[in-house]
Design a protein around this ligand. Structure first.
Ligand SMILES: *Cc1c(COP(=O)(O)O)cnc(C)c1O
Length: 432
């Protein structure tokens, strides 16, 4: 019998993988194993032609008529309805707009307003200390404006902190560093039991793991278009508000596209009914056109079992990676950092760089990228508790089991040859 961790065994799994045909939807460059879809998804094969058509046909020939004739004005809601299918939202509940940071500003502001109206004594926003920094920076600004306070805790300390002074619990469902995934339904229920609202950032969830916003009775959510949704660099993001809250507050960026009648051009603001009030300015037509192509690559899995099937393959890929690292890299000092249980793991695995300084994680990743294995590096403080990380995202839409094998093989070679010590791999670019 073949060793289950052999390359041949991996190739056999690919040959019988029902999701394998989904890879053909992408324009993957030859010679690259892409393990960074958690930061920037790959280019769908359909995107270039679609965006070219929007440019040459809808814009070039249709000109301003395309706002109606090509349905540009409906893009935020139409593509929002597609994303809704991936996150357990109903049609009409989710819109595409702006960036994740800006959408977080809108929904957190609404959440704080609701909390202050319903229970003025609640003055604390709770989040995770290692949440993605932009989320914390936005929250910092808003709590200051509202005369409230932001409290940052380790994820395990949060349930005990949910007392009667907490207005909002703001979490990213899958932690960007560790890949640890929160149980949205259980944590939302804990927040509600304590009288707090639950706001979720789905940046590393949408298109990566099954999400059921309505099933979890979440209050607010935002998410990212350019990660697992493959919308392209700087793709527009999305926001969702539970039906019970959506009409309660006019979000603070009260632009004309969120007005009840934008083309009446009246001087006073009147919020549109429903989620449309969370729009601000003119939709980014080219960006949303590209995003739609990306979202379609995920929706293509619906006929093959949908997010549940993608999740099963994602778990299989991350488990395989962890097993291969354990078997092939003993004694390197690199070790999986994050949840050991697959059920608590998003679609990524991080390897911690040893705290003794024997390896330079940044240079190691650069040497891997030079060999065509693209992941990324996230600096910590270098301690055992907050180590520097090599981060690998596993997108089941286009990754094969042999890719996982070959990626670990490349890591073995980079370590054995000490190629990472070459000075060129230590040079840092502006984006890391
Ligand atoms: C990627 C990511 C963002 C990105 O925000 P932008 O506004 O698109 O720059 C925000 N929050 C989290 C948790 C992320 O992972």
């Amino acid at each position: 019998m073949r060793h289950p961790l052999s390359r041949e065994a991996c190739a056999e799994r690919d040959a019988t993988d029902p999701l394998a045909p989904l890879r053909e939807q992408f324009a993957l460059p030859p010679g690259v194993i892409y393990l960074d879809g958690n930061s920037l998804g790959v280019l769908p094969a359909a995107t270039a032609a679609r965006v070219q058509e929007v440019i040459a046909g809808e814009w070039g020939r249709g000109l301003i008529r395309s706002w109606n004739d090509a349905g540009w004005i409906d893009l935020p809601r139409r593509v929002g309805d597609k994303i809704a299918r991936l996150v357990g939202a109903r049609p009409g509940e989710l819109v595409v707009a702006d960036s994740t940071s800006v959408n977080l500003y809108k929904v957190l502001s609404a959440a704080l307003h609701i909390a202050r109206t319903d229970s003025p004594s609640r003055r604390v926003v709770v989040s995770e200390r290692s949440n993605f920094p932009t989320d914390l920076y936005i929250a910092e600004s808003l709590v200051e404006q509202h005369g409230m306070r932001l409290e940052l805790l380790d994820i395990d300390e949060i349930p005990a902190r949910l007392r009667d002074d907490v207005a909002v619990l703001m979490l990213t469902q899958v932690n960007y560093r560790t890949g640890r995934m929160a149980d949205m339904a259980a944590v939302t229920a804990q927040a509600h039991a304590a009288g707090a609202l639950a706001l979720w950032d789905l940046a590393h969830s949408a298109g990566a793991v099954p999400v059921d916003l309505n099933g979890a009775r979440a209050d607010f959510a935002v998410g990212c278009g350019y990660k697992y949704l493959n919308g392209g660099p700087g793709a527009p993001a999305f926001c969702w508000v539970h039906a019970r809250h959506v009409e309660r507050f006019r979000q603070p960026l009260s632009g004309w596209m969120g007005h009840a009648a934008p083309f009446v051009f009246q001087p006073g603001y009147e919020p549109a009914p429903g989620i449309a009030r969370y729009l601000c300015g003119t939709p980014q037509v080219l960006g949303i056109a590209a995003l739609e192509c990306g979202v379609d690559t995920v929706l293509a899995a619906e006929a093959l079992g949908g997010m549940r099937a993608l999740r099963a393959k994602s778990v299989a890929l991350t488990e395989l990676f962890i097993e291969l690292v354990r078997e092939r890299l003993p004694g390197s000092g690199l070790h999986p950092f994050g949840p050991a249980e697959a059920a608590q793991r998003g679609s990524q695995v991080s390897l911690a760089v040893p705290a003794d300084g024997s390896l330079d994680g940044y240079a190691l990743m650069q040497a891997l990228i030079h060999r065509g294995v693209i992941g990324d590096y996230r600096a910590g403080d270098g301690s055992a508790a907050h180590p520097h990380l090599l981060r690998f995202g596993f997108t089941p839409l286009y990754l094969r089991y042999v890719d996982v094998f070959d990626a670990v093989q490349a890591l073995v070679e980079v370590l054995e040859s000490a190629a990472w010590r070459e000075p060129r791999f230590a040079r840092k670019g502006a984006v890391t």
